[in-house]
Design a protein around this ligand. Structure first.
Ligand code: PLP
Length: 230
């Protein structure tokens, strides 16, 4: 190993150790976002004990799943197209960003075809930025009603996910995460009362995970802080 390489490795070990400890101490789990990063870099974290990795492109995820150890828990964190659900349904661990009934029905169907139960998170739009994806409060209610009328069989709602505005205004990020936490609490007290499968709140990235942890995040999705900028 070259000197610069071993120095970089020491840095990774320190950063990873610290962030994992901070997240675990808050009662949450770390999803290492490995999108665009090669298998070799994923293996460096794997060797340090990391098992949860997040990807946002289906083809890349499928390829990495084939190449890498089978005990990795693969999280799909990006926008998922319905015609690509089939490719990841056999192995995906958790789908983070579901925001339509049609997508949810397709995941349910492919989960059944694979004789699996697949957990998904409902993505809410909490940022002030205009975004294509994510439910608002009204759409969330509509989706819950649709699920009541026609329950899922093999997919299930394991919680909520959201992304805060990309800003350095901490008060704003905090308010957005607080809003999602409130929605999760309301869901837990109504539709999901007594359902212990509804327990995840996926929020927080490299730039705002500390704020997310303060608002009850259970899954933080960290990429650049571990792997360097993309
Ligand atoms: C890329 C990505 C992350 C990680 O972002 P970093 O700022 O690199 O930590 C988290 N969540 C989603 C949905 C992403 O697409």
């Amino acid at each position: 190993m070259t000197l610069t390489k071993s120095l970089k490795m020491n840095e990774l070990i320190a950063t990873y150790g610290n962030v994992r400890e901070e997240i675990t101490a808050a009662g949450a789990a770390l999803v290492a976002v490995s999108k665009t990063k090669p298998a070799s870099q994923i293996m460096e974290l794997y060797e340090l004990g990391q098992r949860d990795f997040g990807e946002n492109r289906v083809a890349e995820l499928v390829e990495k799943h084939e190449q890498l150890p089978q005990d990795i828990r693969w999280h799909f964190i990006g926008h998922l197209q319905r015609n690509k659900v089939k490719a990841i349904a056999p192995f995906v661990y958790l789908i983070h960003a579901v925001d339509s009934e049609r997508l949810l029905r397709e995941i349910d169907k492919q989960a059944l075809a694979n004789d699996r139960q697949i957990p998904v998170l409902l993505q809410f739009h909490i940022a002030e930025e205009v975004a294509k994806y994510g439910l608002d409060a009204e759409a969330g209610k509509t989706l819950l009603r649709q699920l009541k009328e026609q329950p899922l069989t093999n997919a299930y709602i394991a919680g909520l996910m959201g992304m805060a505005t990309y800003t350095d205004k901490e008060a704003q990020i905090s308010a957005e995460f607080a809003q999602l936490q409130t929605t999760a609490k309301n869901y837990l007290a109504s539709t999901f009362i007594g359902d212990d499968r509804f327990r995840e709140l996926s929020m927080g990235m490299s730039g705002d995970y500390k704020i997310a942890l303060a608002h009850g995040s259970t899954l933080v999705r960290i990429g650049s802080m571990l792997f360097g900028s993309r």
